[in-house]
Design a protein. Structure first.
Length: 161
C-alpha cells in the first residue's frame, strides 16, 4: 500500500552526517510538532537529482521556510557517507537535512520503492515530495518517471504552501 494524504508517516530512523559525525534522526524527532517539506530522490549524485531536483529546494529554501515550514529534508536510499558527500558538494550541508535511508526501510514502508536494477541502481526510492504536518501527510507529489523532477519540484511545493 502506498502512503496517501491524511496518513501518518511510519516510524523510521535515518542517518545523517553532521560536522560531529553521523547522527541518528527518528521520524518522531524530525516531524512531531513540526511542518516539514520532505522530498526523495532515486540517488544522490545522479543527474536529475543533482541538476534539477535538489537545486530547486536549495535555491528556494528561505522562501519555503518563510511559508511556515520548520524544516526541509531530502531522503535517498544511500548510505550516510554518500549523503554527507552530496550535502557537502552541493552546498546544502546545514541548510537542509540529507537523510540516508540506507536499507530502504522507510521507503518500502511508504510503498514508494522502485526497482531500478535495469539501470544498475537496485532498489531505490521513487521521486516525490510531500508536506508533512505533525507526522501526517498533507500533500504528496509522486513523479511518474524517475528522470523527471517537475511534479515533485520546489516550484510545485511552493504552490502548495
Amino acid at each position: 500500500m502506498t502512503i496517501a494524504i491524511g496518513d501518518k508517516l511510519p516510524a523510521a530512523t535515518f542517518k545523517e552526517k553532521t560536522s560531529d559525525g553521523p547522527v541518528e534522526i527518528s521520524t518522531e524527532q524530525l516531524f512531531n510538532g513540526k511542518r516539514v517539506v520532505l522530498f526523495a530522490v532515486p540517488g544522490a549524485f545522479t543527474p536529475t537529482c543533482s541538476l534539477n531536483h535538489l537545486p530547486g529546494y536549495l535555491e528556494n529554501r528561505d522562501t519555503i521556510l518563510s511559508k511556515g515550514v520548520d524544516d526541509i529534508a531530502v531522503v535517498a536510499v544511500n548510505d550516510w557517507h554518500v549523503m554527507g558527500a552530496w550535502a557537502q558538494s552541493s552546498g546544502g550541508m546545514g541548510k537542509i537535512h540529507f537523510l540516508a535511508d540506507w536499507d530502504a526501510g522507510f521507503t518500502k514502508a511508504l510503498g514508494l520503492d522502485t526497482d531500478l536494477s535495469a539501470g544498475g541502481l537496485g532498489v531505490r526510492s521513487k521521486r516525490y515530495s510531500m508536506l508533512v504536518e505533525d507526522g501526517v501527510v498533507k500533500s504528496l507529489n509522486v513523479e511518474e518517471s524517475p528522470g523527471q523532477a517537475t511534479v515533485s519540484g520546489a516550484a510545485r511545493m511552493l504552490e502548495q504552501l
